[in-house]
Write a protein that binds this ligand. Structure first.
Ligand SMILES: NC(=O)C1=CN([C@@H]2O[C@H](COP(=O)(O)OP(=O)(O)OC[C@H]3O[C@@H](n4cnc5c(N)ncnc54)[C@H](OP(=O)(O)O)[C@@H]3O)[C@@H](O)[C@H]2O)C=CC1
Ligand SMILES: O=C1CO[C@H](CO)[C@@H](O)[C@@H]1O
Length: 330
């Protein structure tokens, strides 16, 4: 059994728990919240035996082996480092940190303490992502990766009425690139590695975050194009275009349907059956790694997280998008 503690008591935490309950060897023993009332309420809802409002105490508690972090992005590094110093393995929500400096400090801490650190980027661990990867060779030399994830945020309505909720708050390292853009970039990096050049555009909001953005990413023999938004919606699928055919992916953040259209008009269906509660795959990967004594995922690897973060840092540099976290010394 791997005994988890949870940081964050929101919807995504609920989803993770519901999915993880279906995984073998998952146990949930602790929850941290800023307030005792919320910790107690959440613990009662999920049958959790230990509650904490002091993260240092949770990090050093003998009642858990690992921590799932689903707090605002600006807190990921600090909380992960604290937990890893307490010997806890860490599964950390996307984006794993605010910037590369934070992520490097997290990776150093993981290595120094011999613990597993993995970004909870669900997309790349899904069976349908494995199908994308294993069938790529069929479309010949790849010339373009195009990913679109644009989803009008319900919190943007509040923003327009004058209330800046967490999603649009730069103090929490939020905004479109961090929240949504990362889903377009991580699969690109996992499949094709580091681009030689990044060109970023974005629309900045008065709160100091980007509302939407797009990027061109250059590789020696192909281009990457990504677009993401929290202030408009897109219904376009994502595509990987090759000289011999085009792979079409319904949703880059959670591929559920994948097929290839060849140049002669024929279609090859690649869709794999996949659990509806698709966060199970990241939990299974995490537990499998722990059972086999590994301290890094080969898919959601430190290198892939770092390259993705470097791209996001560079995009933010071009846009002049700065977070308070960028000025912090860890
Ligand atoms: N994998 C996926 O599909 C998804 C991933 N995410 C990721 O999960 C993480 C959490 O996202 P989301 O739930 O929207 O985040 P929220 O901003 O809603 O905060 C998450 C939790 O952190 C605590 N919290 C809220 N505000 C603050 C604050 N100002 N300072 C300190 N703690 C705070 C709250 O817990 P408490 O009150 O108990 O302390 C809350 O439940 C993000 O990294 C996001 O990118 C989000 C949605 C989907
Ligand atoms: O990761 C995520 C998935 O989608 C959400 C929108 O519904 C985002 O806000 C979130 O952070």
């Amino acid at each position: 059994m791997v005994r988890f503690g949870i940081i964050g008591t929101n919807k995504i935490t609920e989803e993770l728990i519901a999915a993880a309950r279906q995984a073998e060897d998952f146990a949930l023993t602790a929850v941290y919240s800023r307030t005792a009332d919320r910790a107690t309420e959440f613990a009662a809802m999920h049958g959790i035996s230990h509650t904490f409002t002091d993260l240092e105490k949770m990090a050093s508690s003998a009642e858990l082996d690992a921590v799932y972090i689903a707090s605002p992005n600006s807190l990921h590094a600090e909380q992960a480092i604290l937990c890893m110093k307490g010997g806890k393995h860490v599964l950390c929500e996307k984006p794993i940190a605010s910037n590369t400096a934070e992520l490097e400090a997290m990776i150093r801490t993981a290595r120094d303490n011999g613990v597993l650190l993995m970004e909870a980027m669900k997309s790349t661990l899904l069976p349908n992502f494995a199908a994308i990867r294993s069938n790529l060779h069929k479309i010949g030399p790849v010339r373009r990766y195009f990913a679109s994830y644009c989803q009008y945020s319900s919190r943007y309505d509040a923003y327009k009425q004058g209330t800046v909720l967490n999603a649009f708050n730069p103090a929490l390292s939020n905004g479109s690139l961090m929240d949504i853009g990362v889903y377009c970039l991580y699969p690109l990096v996992a499949l094709f590695g580091k681009p030689s050049r990044v060109q970023a555009n974005g629309i900045m909001l008065e709160s100091g975050v980007d509302g939407q953005g797009s990027m061109l990413l250059s590789y020696e023999e192909m281009d990457g194009m990504v677009m993401y938004s929290k202030i408009t919606s897109s219904y376009a699928p994502s595509e990987i275009q090759g000289e011999g055919g085009t792979m079409i992916i319904d949703k880059i953040n959670q591929p559920e349907q994948v097929h290839i259209r060849y140049r002669d008009g024929s279609v090859e269906e690649l869709t794999q059956s996949q659990a509806a509660r698709n966060m199970i795959y990241e939990v299974e990967e995490f537990i499998r790694l722990l059972h086999s004594g590994q301290r890094e995922s080969a898919v959601n690897s430190h290198a892939n997280s770092l390259t993705t973060m470097e791209i996001m840092d560079e995009a933010r540099r071009q846009l002049g998008l700065v977070f308070p976290a960028d000025r912090k010394i860890l």
